[in-house]
Design a protein around this ligand. Sequence first.
Ligand SMILES: *Cc1c(COP(=O)(O)O)cnc(C)c1O
Length: 414
Amino acid sequence: MFGKMKEYLQSELIKLQEQKLYKHERIIVSPQGAEIFVKGKKVLNFCANNYLGLSSHPDLIKAAHEGIDERGYGLSSVRFICGTQDIHKILEEKVSTFLGTEDTILFSSCFDANGAVFEPLLSEEDAIITDALNHASIIDGIRLCKAQRWIYSHGNMSDEIGLDPSTGKELKGLERCLKEAIEKGCRFKMIATDGCFSMDGDIAKLDEIVALAEKYDALVMVDDSHATGFMGKTGRGTHEFKNVMGKIDIITTTFGKALGGASGGCISGHKEIIDWMRNKARPYLFSNTVPPATVTATIKVIDLLTESTELRDKLEANTKKFRTEMSAAGFDIIPGEHPIVPIMFGKYPNCSQLAVEFANKMLDEGIYVIAFSFPVVPRGKDRIRVQLSAGHTTEMIDNAIYAFIKVGKELNMI
Ligand SMILES: *Cc1c(COP(=O)(O)O)cnc(C)c1O
């Protein structure tokens, strides 16, 4: 009896469209890469998580073919029944070595890894302390566990309680939350944070977080999905970038971004925690194993990144070039070192419409970028979010900057 719900959904969908919140998907008819075909038109892609340009890399495609040839298409099983092949164990070992951890457990996605990680470790007598801007999958994972919850305002390490000027709600710093959890007599305390926050491209203050965790006897969980493979001198992630390798208790990450971009994710950390997850984590026990092609291709990625830092070095150089030249051209850019580069529109009149119009004009110029407006970002923080890749050539970046300047002048922004 779909009738009543059908009417409801139809009217809600129309509302979404009226509010311009309906999500329209552009159809790509080529492999993912720096150059893609959208609606029969070749464009340069500046909005993928393909940070290292590996999504369609020939070595990965070859490794994926070998995976299918040698271990088949799928396993039709969860890991603990008959879904574990030698290659799954090899990948887990290689990821542990790469991240500098004791052990690793694979999941179908990092969304699943985050959905899995909290519930088996924490219950009513424990505390979870989470950054206000953490990824949706961390938020959902926390909802699935019974621990008491503290939310600290984004990046706020302080011992203070402040007030949000727009809502009048209390805002707490991390240290304040830790103290409150201790006052409540919590047994275990865990701090959870993204390594890199995807809207602004800012990096968690892991050095300060680790120091507070040591002071107040808490564990640290970092989701490094937007960092594994390229942040830090050898691309290990934000823990390398912030000099706290070996001090993060739990790292979750995805294979769906820099590491080839197909799918899959993991939890990595202390061997007792990983062992516990193999026995208790529900998305591991009740969901299918990662398919062989994805496993063998991800093994290839870890090998490539272990042998050479060439790709992450290239990405770093591309990021520096784009950030420097766009700032010099007069665009308002959130400073940082991450290949996520937000170009801000807040200081212009009608910034929401302007950002959308800008992105459309960029597509006409052959550059694919996306505008983010309220409510995806706070009011006045409208932006175009550019993502650099090691797959971009210098010429492609020059073309993108040229198009930004051209459209920026047309729209009287610079
Ligand atoms: C992309 C992302 C995920 C989800 O990863 P999947 O493997 O695609 O499920 C989780 N956490 C963060 C921080 C992400 O950016």
